[in-house]
Design a protein around this ligand. Structure first.
Ligand SMILES: C[S@@+](CC[C@H](N)C(=O)[O-])C[C@H]1O[C@@H](n2cnc3c(N)ncnc32)[C@H](O)[C@@H]1O
Length: 256
């Protein structure tokens, strides 16, 4: 039997950690037939939300990401466009749901995005927002230069309450299995911010440089932890102890 390399396991754990907010968001959208994913990146999350009965439109400011999403998810009930969050070129009341997963912290003008979200949602429609909890992501102050702003639970609630009457904020946590292993929760907390910043900074770097850095990033001594067992259960969602959560997940409803 070939033992799993810790790097592969960690990469898998990171993958689950990034998919977890989309999986939670998808649960909020059970009834939705038309969903807009704002800041969709490479489109894997839009594809996760799409079903034969649910159309997803993904928008992002990165031409490269949109082109990738179009090519990769051609067979899905999903389409992708280059478009800023502040200028959503869709008619009023045209979506049942809107989501922004790990993207509002990148937007230049979040208030304009929220005004746009309210406009394009139908009455009773839902906006779901997932964003890093700044209290665990960057406890010593903002590290990621690609983030224009970061929030704690109260700040996020206050922001969203400016545009929506009904707002609920909950937290995506590192579960018990992750918390028991020393160093692992730290990896998903502030260390995660540094990794994300480094990856963003190297987005345009040659492939061999990026590969070298990826290999170096996982050489940080998690050998004893069984990352292979990490699954969605490792990232539970709960409003309890929200200040220790990895991400904040908010659900806002447009009045009928
Ligand atoms: C961290 S990525 C998240 C991508 C995806 N939602 C995910 O969870 O993997 C943030 C994305 O927001 C996009 N973005 C930044 N500013 C934007 C804006 N003003 N309008 C739309 N997308 C934007 C970036 O290009 C990037 O793809």
């Amino acid at each position: 039997m070939v033992p799993e390399r810790s790097g592969e396991g960690l990469a898998r754990a990171n993958l689950v950690r990034h998919r977890a907010p989309y999986l939670h968001t998808r649960k909020q959208f059970r009834e939705a037939k038309r969903v807009l994913d704002v800041g969709c990146g490479t489109g894997y999350g839009s594809a996760m939300i799409a079903t034969p009965d649910r159309e997803v439109v993904g928008v992002d400011t990165s031409d490269e990401a949109v082109e990738w999403a179009r090519t990769t998810y051609r067979g899905e009930n999903a389409s992708f466009f280059t478009m800023p969050a502040t200028e959503l070129r869709f008619p009023d009341d045209s979506f049942d749901a809107v989501c922004s997963v790990q993207s509002i912290e990148h937007f230049d003008d979040v208030e304009v995005f929220l005004t746009e979200a309210v406009r394009i949602l139908r009455p009773g429609g839902v906006l779901a927002v997932a964003t890093p909890n700044r209290l665990t992501y960057s406890p010593g102050g903002k590290i990621n230069p690609f983030h224009t702003q970061e929030y704690d639970a109260r700040e996020l609630e206050q922001l969203l309450a400016g545009s929506f009457e009904e707002v609920e904020v909950t937290g995506l946590h590192a579960g018990l299995d992750l918390s028991l292993a020393p160093g692992v929760t730290t990896h998903f907390h502030e260390y995660g911010a540094r990794v994300e910043a480094l990856r963003e900074a190297l987005r345009e770097a040659p492939e061999d440089v990026r590969q070298f850095v990826e290999e170096w990033l996982v050489e940080d001594g998690f050998e004893s932890f069984n990352f292979g067992a990490v699954g969605l259960h490792s990232f539970p969602v709960s409003p309890k102890s929200i200040d220790t959560s990895l991400d904040l997940i908010a659900t806002c409803t447009k009045p009928r």
